[in-house]
Design a protein. Structure first.
Length: 257
């Protein structure tokens, strides 16, 4: 099998998908935005890695310069701008776009509160308690720090333990005692102990699927009878979408042969 693919692979399942396609005979360029992501991808022999953040124009240039035939978007479910840039770039470069979408977690917890965005999450969290435990990552911390609704609340942020992320936390003025710098995955039991140790009264999260640890966060919150604010996945009309690695493989094979 031949054919060159560009995989936007900034997630764990994105990296695994890039490796899966490589194993099935495709030439793969994997795009990530950090040196850490590059290190994780290095396990795959013969994979080509781009670790520079690309805008729409730069994506088009990469596609044309490398002779990419299909782009597979395996970015995070909440990375709206990445997906929109990728679709626009594919349209202008005249190549097929495919979204790989991980499954969300079914939620039946009676203390789950659904909101549409980060601003609304801040407001709802403030209504539910004072000690707010964020498990939403580092990219939207500023929204919570700047939220008038949270000015009298204690905000704890669980983030990746990288120098860039910790520098961002410091820049935003987050007190070191309120930074939980840890690499997941987190078990139900570990989440329980962390939430208890920080006296969490409200958990804020996204429905990032099992691979994102949404299930264990919810179970831990339920064990502690804590309310959870859940930011809904953004609504995007993807050009093409697949939910399994095999479906991705079938799609790209059909577009190259």
């Amino acid at each position: 099998m031949d054919g060159k693919l560009l995989v936007i692979a900034g997630t764990e399942d994105g990296r695994k998908l890039a490796g899966y396609l490589l194993k099935n005979g495709f030439s793969v360029i994997a795009s990530v935005v950090s040196d850490y992501g590059k290190e994780l991808l290095a396990q795959y022999e013969n994979i080509k890695i781009n670790n520079k953040k690309l805008d729409e124009k730069e994506l088009i240039e990469l596609i044309k310069n490398e002779g990419v035939q299909v782009l597979v978007d395996a970015s995070h479910p909440y990375a709206v701008n990445v997906s929109r840039n990728a679709m626009a770039a594919c349209d202008k470069a005249n190549i097929p776009y495919l979204r790989y979408e991980r499954a969300s977690v079914p939620i039946t917890y009676n203390k789950a509160h659904f909101v549409s965005d980060y601003e609304e999450a801040a407001i709802k969290a403030a209504q539910l308690g004072n000690n707010i435990f964020l498990t939403t990552g580092s990219r939207n911390l500023k929204t919570f720090v700047d939220s008038p609704a949270l000015k009298d609340c204690n905000v704890i942020a669980r983030v990746l333990p990288t120098s860039e992320v910790l520098a961002e936390c410091e820049k935003l003025g987050i007190n070191p005692k309120n930074i939980v710098a840890m690499q997941g995955p987190f078990s139900r039991e570990l989440n329980v102990e962390i939430f208890k140790s920080y006296n969490a009264e409200v958990i804020v999260t996204k429905n990032s699927g099992q691979i994102g640890g949404t299930d264990t966060k919810l179970l831990a919150a339920e064990d502690l009878n804590l309310p959870v604010v859940i930011i809904d996945r953004p609504k995007i009309n993807y050009d093409n979408i697949a939910y399994t690695f095999n479906d991705v493989l079938n799609f790209v094979a059909s577009k190259i042969f």
